[in-house]
Ligand binder design. Structure first.
Ligand SMILES: [Fe+2]
Ligand SMILES: [Fe+2]
Length: 179
């Protein structure tokens, strides 16, 4: 299940990047963008958990290096990465897993990939909103972020309906704490 390991590597790198990007945003005075990056870290950890569950073996992801820039550059970098995962990475993994019929965890892995693929687009859109504010030289207007603990979907107000990605009850959403 090499693709599950690749997905775990990719999501692990994302959590490391976003934690650093949050620190940089904080130093540059963008507290709400820091909160967004911290929330994205929480969401990517949910993808890692789901992928590890599908992998069903002990696996320690490799450490990879990454570039860091200003907050504007980091938001752009994250936007592109989320879109690439949605359009390229997860669709190619889903194609692979569909061929892997003998794998007893095939269905679990496929669902984990499909949720992650769809969630990455919501992450991309959230970052795009933040970017709009940055481009106007304004602080990102965001006071609360909620995440679905099943699939990692991210929204800016308390959900009242089922999760559009994983179809779980809104009770599965939790508010990300701010420091
Ligand atoms: Fe993401
Ligand atoms: Fe969900």
């Amino acid at each position: 299940m090499e693709y599950l390991k690749k997905a775990i590597n990719g999501e692990t790198l994302a959590t490391q990047k976003y934690s650093v990007f949050a620190e940089i945003a904080k130093k540059e005075g963008f507290a709400n963008i820091a909160y967004l990056f911290e929330s994205l870290t929480v969401a990517e950890k949910i993808h890692i958990k789901n992928h590890k569950n599908a992998l069903d073996e002990d696996y320690k992801p490799e450490n990879e290096d990454f570039t860091r820039g200003t907050t504007v550059e980091n938001v752009k970098d994250a936007m592109d990465a989320e879109l690439w995962e949605n359009k390229k990475m997860y669709p190619s993994f889903i194609k692979e897993i569909k061929k892997d019929k003998k794998n007893p965890m095939q269905k679990v892995a496929q669902l984990s990939f499909e949720w992650a693929r769809d969630v990455e687009l919501t992450h991309h859109k959230a970052l795009k909103i933040a970017m709009k504010y940055l481009e106007q030289g304004k602080e990102f207007d965001c006071s609360e972020i909620y995440i679905c603990k099943v699939c990692g979907n991210l929204v800016f107000s308390k959900p009242t309906k089922i999760c559009p990605i994983c179809r779980h009850d809104p009770a599965f959403y939790f508010k990300v704490k701010r420091d």
